[in-house]
Ligand binder design. Sequence first.
Ligand SMILES: [Zn+2]
Length: 195
Amino acid sequence: MGKWMKRTINPSDVPESEDHILVEDLARLAEGAVDATERQHLIGHLNRCRRCFQILQETLKDVSAETSMQPVSVPWWRTGMFYALAFSIALVLIIGGPLAIKHWTQRSPVILASLDLDQALKDILLEDDTLKWEKKERVNRLLTALQQRGLEVKDLDLVLLSKPYYQKKSLFGPKEVLHIRIDNGVAYLEVKEND
Ligand SMILES: [Zn+2]
């Protein structure tokens, strides 16, 4: 690791004598597993070193990417907004430290997933054309379906659909994929054609 670090150092405004932060230390910072003195030191470096800050951001992005089941076309929530959110999480972690991390971990983590739209999922979507599902029975049916497909969702309060879903006329059209983002008990759904 030490060697890799030295080879990839770019000239920056960090003095030559100062070592870059090890990835392990960035990870510990993200987890809040550093004491006040060490955090001060790491943040001091992050303030001056764009390279280490970028690695920290990548670390946080990786964490959210791990929960995504398969890479498909970029869904609507993975836009600037999403990365702005990831960035603000980074700031919360850096500024707030362990206290803020406790707050974030007490919330359920954001789940991103993409599933093939099979008949059982279609049936749930086709039940009616409201975009905001509040009927507990229907929300729970979706919850069960997601759990059966391997998503680690504990509970859902609300489901929001990006647009009404209609059954396709042709059986031979492009495959449909259900993109899901679950954040704090709310599931955001969007159906896209995968071509
Ligand atoms: Zn650095």
